[in-house]
Design a protein around this ligand. Structure first.
Ligand code: NAP
Length: 277
């Protein structure tokens, strides 16, 4: 096993918990590889794993957490309720099923995966998350794929704000307005597809920036996220890339670099617009 890297810093959440700023994302990590890759990530220095009922690998993530040579309280585990289970009772059932698969006493963060405005169930879903948090079965609650108006609605109807808003965010879609909205309300913005599923890494200006720093394009993009204050959860099925993606705390971007990355904004999404569901 290769040498571990320095740990990512932990950022405070509005509810008093802390979250490692860089984690390992497990979407499309095949079930058969998920336990091994989670353990590899932990051995390298990752302390944050992002799974979901939809990813089909919660059981393997739980196995890795139990097998890891790291105390449970140092690890931060996120899961999510899938959109088919939005609604109060169905979310409570989905949470129980996730916890059974994970085999954990307490989850660190549980998220609504998508608001699905067409079914209008996300406020009820949010009430269920508040309940499992109040019962102590999850430490922190938040949502994914919410626009500002969805957040305003759940806060308006329940008085409880999410501590994390996990959204698609990368150089093509920097989400500045939403990041400012979140920051003004003490909500941490977490970037999913932080590398735009790897597609943004071929941009010639990023390749040049990477050469300037003697780093890879992925490291430059992840460093940009870190300096913006985003939480990031890059996915890879390669051990070398797991190492590369965590090794972003030993260099810094300058004003010109930030201007190069800002020029890449196109509004392009790799996933759906949350309002279209
Ligand atoms: N809440 C949501 O709705 C939502 C939606 C999507 C994702 N997520 C979360 O966010 C995580 C990350 O998003 P994502 O998996 O969609 O995309 P991503 O992390 O932006 O990109 C992953 C892709 O980039 C490649 N890659 C990773 N590191 C690389 C490197 N250093 N150099 C070159 N290529 C690299 C990977 O290929 P290899 O595997 O071949 O290395 C993979 O194809 C997910 O795993 C999941 O946990 C959440």
């Amino acid at each position: 096993m290769s040498q571990p890297l320095p740990l990512a810093p932990r950022l405070p959440l509005a509810d008093g918990a802390t979250i490692p700023q860089l984690g390992y994302g497990l979407y499309k990590v095949p079930t058969r590889d998920a336990a091994r890759l989670s353990l590899d990530a932990i051995a390298l220095g990752y302390r944050h794993l992002d799974t979901a009922a939809f990813y089909g690998n919660e059981r393997e993530v739980g196995e890795a957490v139990r097998a890891a040579p790291v105390p449970r309280e140092e690890l931060f585990i996120t899961s999510k309720v899938w959109k088919d289970d939005n609604g109060y009772d169905s979310t409570l059932r989905a949470f129980d099923a996730s916890m059974e698969r994970l085999g954990l006493e307490q989850l660190d963060l549980f998220l609504i995966h998508w608001p699905v405005p067409s079914t209008d169930l996300y406020v009820d879903t949010w009430r269920a998350l508040i309940r499992v948090r109040d019962e102590g079965r999850v430490r922190s609650i938040g949502e994914a794929n919410f626009h500002a108006h969805h957040i305003e609605r759940i806060v308006g109807e329940t008085g409880v704000a999410p501590v994390v808003n996990q959204v698609e965010l990368h150089p093509w879609l920097p989400q500045q307005e939403l990041r400012e909205f979140d920051a003004a309300r003490g909500i941490r913005t977490e970037a999913w597809s932080p590398l735009a599923r790897g597609r943004v890494l071929h941009e010639p200006s990023l390749v040049r920036l990477a050469a300037k720093h003697g780093r890879s394009p992925a490291q430059v993009v992840l460093r940009w996220h870190i300096e913006l204050g985003n939480i990031v959860i890059p996915k890879t099925s390669s051990l070398d890339r797991q190492r590369e993606n965590l090794d972003v705390f030993g260099f810094a971007l300058d004003h010109d670099d930030r201007a190069v990355i800002a020029a890449l904004e196109s509004g392009a999404r790799t996933g759906r617009d949350p309002d279209d569901d």
